[in-house]
Design a protein around this ligand. Structure first.
Ligand code: S3P
Length: 429
C-alpha cells in the first residue's frame, strides 16, 4: 500500500494546468461511440475512471485510437455496439456504471457491469428503478440495489421522471436511455445538477430541450461525430485553490479550468468564506465555459452551506472541510446527505480524519459542523480508498504544524494522475 507524507509549505506559487474534466471525458467517449462518423477528443483525462469507460466501449467493438494527445473514436451509430464477451469492469467509477446502465438497457444484447469493492457497495437502484419503468430488464444484488448488474437489452418507452436527488448520473443515465426510447423521456430534479450531458447531447445533434422544468430527450435521432476539447477539471483545480488560499504567502494561477455554472459552487463557497479568487480570460470551448483562476492566500471565515449550492460543489466537500478547518469560526454543512454514498461516506471519513489532526467536528445525518482551528496538527490519516479524501488531507498537510501522512494513496490515480508532480511544482519549501 502506497502512502505519502506532505511537509508544511511556505507558499503555493506559480502557474499550473490541471488535467481534463472527468465528467466531460466520460461523456465524450460514450456519445462519440454511439454517434455516426469520427469524434476527436483533446484534453481527455487519462485517469483510471475514464480508462474504464474507454475499455468498456473497446470491448463493445468501438475502435478508439489514442496517440497520447488526441483520441479518435470511430463512432458506430446508435445501433452499432456489439455484445461484450465479458463483464465490463467499471473499477471505482460510479459515473461509468450508472451512465452505462442507461446506455446498455436499450441495446439488443446482454451485458454485465461490475466494479471494485467500493463501487459494489454503492446504490444503483436510483438508476435501475426508473430504467425499469421505461421497460428495462436489469438484475443486481439486493434486489437491483448493488452491482454486479446484469442487463438484458429491451426496447424502451419514454417516461416522465421526477428524481428525489439532484444527481447528474441519474439524469444522464435516463437521457442516454432516452436516445433509444420510443417518445419523450423527461427528467426533473430538485436542484440542477451538472449539465454536461445536456450540453454535449446538443453538441452531437440530439433532439433535446432543457429548461426550468427539466430536460426532455426525444428518441430515435442519430448523433453526429464531433470534435471536443475537454476543459480542465474544476474538481481537481479545487485542491489547489484551497491550498493557495490557506497557505500564507501564496499566489497561484490555474489555467484553462471549466467554469460551467453547475460546477462553480466551490468558487461561490470559497468566495463567501472570504477567499480571493479571480476569474480571468473567460471564454467558451466546445460549448463549455472556461477561465483562468487566480488565487491568493486569504483569511477565511466559517459559513453555512446548504441548498442549491450543494450539488454545484458536491465533489468538493472534502477539500471545503479542509478550508473550514483553518477558517475563523464554525462552518455548518447541511442538506449534503449524498456525501454519504460517494466513493466512501465522505462525512464520516472527513470527520475521522480531521479529528485525527486536532480539529473539532460534529457529524449530523446530512452534514457536519467544523470548528475552525488555529492550526492543524501533524498526524497519519487514511484515504478510505477515496481519491478526494486522500488529496484533501494532503492539502491539509501543507499548512499543518508538522507532517501529515496519508495511507493508501493509489486511489488518486482514478481522477488526478498528475496530482503529486503538480503539488511538488507549486509548494515552496
Ligand atoms: C458525476 C456526477 C456526480 C459526481 C460524480 C460525477 C457525473 O455524482 O459526484 O463525481 O459525471 O455525472 P451524482 O450524480 O451521484 O451526484
Amino acid at each position: 500500500m502506497q502512502s505519502y507524507t506532505v511537509r508544511p509549505a511556505k507558499g503555493i506559487r506559480g502557474e499550473i494546468t490541471v488535467p481534463g474534466d472527468k465528467s466531460i471525458s466520460h461523456r465524450s467517449i460514450m456519445l462519440g461511440s454511439i454517434a455516426r462518423g469520427e469524434t476527436t477528443v483533446r484534453g481527455f483525462l487519462r485517469g483510471e475512471d475514464n480508462i474504464a469507460t474507454l475499455n468498456a466501449f473497446r470491448a463493445m467493438g468501438v475502435v478508439i485510437d489514442d496517440d497520447g494527445e488526441t483520441l479518435r473514436i470511430a463512432g458506430k451509430g446508435l445501433r452499432g455496439l456489439a455484445e461484450p464477451t465479458d463483464v465490463l469492469d467499471c473499477g471505482n467509477s460510479g459515473t461509468s456504471m450508472r451512465l452505462l446502465t442507461g446506455l446498455l438497457a436499450p441495446q439488443r444484447f446482454y451485458s454485465v457491469l461490475s466494479g471494485d469493492q467500493y463501487l459494489r457497495r454503492r446504490p444503483m437502484r436510483r438508476v435501475v428503478e426508473p430504467l425499469s419503468r421505461m421497460g428495462a430488464c436489469i438484475h443486481g444484488r439486493e434486489g437491483g440495489e448493488k452491482a454486479p448488474l446484469a442487463i438484458v437489452g429491451r426496447d424502451l418507452k419514454g417516461i416522465s421522471y421526477t428524481s428525489s436527488v439532484a444527481s447528474a448520473q441519474v439524469k444522464s443515465a435516463l437521457m442516454l436511455a432516452g436516445l433509444y426510447a420510443e417518445g419523450e423521456t423527461r427528467v426533473t430534479e430538485p436542484h440542477l445538477s451538472r449539465d454536461h450531458s445536456e450540453r454535449m447531447f446538443r453538441h452531437f445533434g440530439a433532439d433535446i430541450e432543457n429548461g426550468p422544468a427539466g430536460v426532455v430527450v426525444r428518441g430515435g435521432r442519430e448523433l453526429e461525430g464531433r470534435d471536443i476539447i475537454v476543459p480542465g477539471d474544476i474538481s481537481s483545480a479545487a485542491f489547489f485553490m484551497v491550498a493557495a488560499l490557506i497557505v500564507p504567502g501564496s499566489e497561484l494561477l490555474i489555467r484553462g479550468v471549466g467554469v460551467n455554472p453547475t460546477r462553480t459552487g466551490i468558487i461561490d463557497i470559497l468566495t463567501a468564506m472570504g477567499g480571493s479568487l479571480e476569474l480571468l480570460d473567460q471564454r467558451e470551448v466546445s460549448g463549455e465555459p472556461v477561465a483562468d483562476i487566480l488565487v491568493r492566500s486569504s483569511r477565511l471565515k466559517g459559513i453555512e452551506i446548504a441548498g442549491e449550492v450543494v450539488p454545484r460543489a458536491i465533489d468538493e466537500f472534502p477539500v471545503i472541510c479542509v478550508a473550514a478547518a483553518v477558517a475563523e469560526g464554525r462552518t455548518v454543512v447541511r442538506e449534503a446527505r449524498e456525501l454519504r454514498v460517494k466513493e466512501t461516506d465522505r462525512i464520516a471519513a472527513m470527520a475521522t480524519n480531521l479529528r485525527a489532526v486536532g480539529v473539532t467536528v460534529t457529524e449530523t445525518e446530512d452534514g457536519m459542523d467544523i470548528e475552525g482551528a488555529e492550526q492543524i496538527a501533524a498526524g497519519t490519516v487514511e484515504s478510505f480508498g477515496d481519491h478526494r479524501i486522500a488529496m484533501s488531507m494532503l492539502i491539509a498537510g501543507l499548512t499543518a504544524v508538522g507532517d501529515i501522512t496519508v495511507t493508501d494513496t493509489e486511489c488518486i490515480g482514478t481522477s488526478f494522475p498528475t496530482f503529486f508532480p503538480l503539488l511538488e511544482k507549486v509548494a515552496a519549501r
